[in-house]
Design a protein around this ligand. Structure first.
Ligand code: PGA
Length: 266
């Protein structure tokens, strides 16, 4: 049985004090509900600058802290980037790779089109990052998902297949076992338009079929995209969905706690 994993992605939100405060609140809520053990794995990915604060605030709790991106080189002349070992050194446990916003795939365009190249993550860079992270102790969370026009064109499974093949190219099956995948349909992210649970389950099954048979059954696949206290239980009760990657609803500790509880009751 795969342990459910619920991770909050705080994106570009919250200054350090606020981040630390909210981790503290979540820690209390989890402590009150679960004590020292929980059947759900819990993570929060704050901004890079809040990593150390969040790690400190989470000490003695069941919350693992994660970064939202990583560069694949270990060190050197790469202005503005951070390596897996630097993220590890900050005390993080998880790192997101290939989030659709980093791939320049926005549900509704949030940035001028001419700047999209800035978010130039590709299947190839996702693969480089995954390989680099697997050389550290961090747990990678690899994000994949189709956008609205791909879905409407009936291209969802092909896009997922390509993103998965690109992401895991030349990665040993034994290393893949600790990777978490997050199926996040771009059109469902931040829109309140959650993917129908049966369809989300089907696509998570497609993701699973892209994995080597030897580790297929142990790898966890999250759903992400407008997960909320209202829909979490329905999503997490699907057999292929092993938890969620949660944006907006993770910013409020009470809401995020409800999503965690929804994962634990199925
Ligand atoms: P959302 O974001 O829950 O706000 O839709 C999910 C994500 O982008 O990971």
């Amino acid at each position: 049985m795969r342990k459910k994993v619920v991770v909050g992605n705080w994106k570009m939100n919250l200054l350090r004090d606020d981040a630390g405060h909210r981790i503290g609140q979540l820690k209390e809520l989890i402590g009150a509900k679960c004590g020292t053990e929980c059947d759900v794995e819990i993570g929060i990915c704050p901004t890079f600058l809040s990593l150390a604060t969040a790690v400190d605030a989470s000490r003695g709790s069941l919350i693992g802290i994660g970064a939202q991106d990583v560069f694949w080189k270990e060190s050197g002349a790469f202005t503005g980037f951070l390596s897996a070992s630097m993220i590890e050194d900050a005390g993080a446990k998880y790192v997101l790779i290939g989030h659709s916003e980093r791939r320049g795939r926005f549900g509704k365009l949030e940035v001028p089109e001419s700047t999209l190249g800035f978010f130039a993550e590709t299947n190839e860079t996702v693969n480089l990052k995954l390989k680099a992270v697997l050389g550290s102790s961090l747990v990678p969370i690899v994000c994949i998902g189709e956008n609205l026009s791909e879905r409407e064109a009936g291209d969802t499974d092909r896009v997922i297949g390509e993103q998965m093949a690109g992401a895991i190219e030349e990665v040993d099956a034994s290393d893949l076992a600790r990777v978490i995948f997050a199926y996040e349909p771009v059109w469902a992210i931040g829109t309140g338009k959650v993917c129908d649970s049966v369809e989300a389950n089907r696509v998570c099954g497609v993701v699973r079929q892209c994995l080597p048979e030897s580790v297929r059954d142990v790898i966890r696949i999250q759903y992400g995209g407008s997960v909320s206290p209202a829909n979490a239980q329905e999503l997490f009760s699907q057999p292929e969905i092993d938890g969620g990657l949660v944006g907006g609803a993770s910013l409020k500790p009470e809401d995020f706690m409800q999503v965690i509880v929804a994962a634990s009751s199925v």
